[in-house]
Design a binder for this molecule. Sequence first.
Ligand SMILES: [Zn+2]
Ligand SMILES: [Zn+2]
Length: 252
Amino acid sequence: MKLTILGSTAGAPSRTNAASGYLVEHDDTTIWMDAGTGTFMELAQRVDPGALDAVVISHTHVDHCSDIFGLYGYLAFGPSGDVPVKVFVPEGAAEHLAAFARASDEHIFNMVLDIEEVAPGAEVFVDDVAVRFGEAIHPVPALVTRIEAGAASLVFSGDTGPGGDLIEMATGANVLLCEASMVGVRDERTYPFHLTASEAGETAAWSGVDRLILTHIGAVMDPQQSLDEAAGAFAGPIEYAAQHTVFEIEGR
Ligand SMILES: [Zn+2]
Ligand SMILES: [Zn+2]
């Protein structure tokens, strides 16, 4: 399995990095995981968006979903592709996204995108790639995603605070791609819907993953500080999800 970082900033794209978006490839299967602001162009430079096998949207905050409308335009108004493209979203997101496009059931938005809501605990198959979903702790319905292809496994936290299904979902995975929106020590004033870098490290340690990749790091933050703080809690390899990085994920 191959993971390409299309963008990894938190909240907003920066001048040099798109928001949350990842390309997951296994043999001929391609999955676009999170369609954050600026990631459609990055995707289109690597694969034909019309040949995607599936899209997974972790939640409907704009830094994770805005570029689904780029894919919609590509499929609806050309160059198009093998439609409809399957899109997995959390509860309530199908109506939410369609509303922005002012799309009724017969609207072309719903002709080119086959949007399916999935609940925590759901498992779907994209070709022979298994995709399982869990609950993230966030102000809107949000998913943790586990992708298994052959012997390789990748878990993506989405945006989440402590708790939810992340540790259970990540248990034994080869790679945990984990949000680390904050640095420093959590206290009662800390926003409860994101993780600190050290909490990302703790999650990696408690779930026994092989490697930790830190993402969702704000444009004004220093990723090295996040790496250092995570390393205080996790002894395994830790990398920053720098845009354009390609990670090869292999099973044990
Ligand atoms: Zn976010
Ligand atoms: Zn969010």
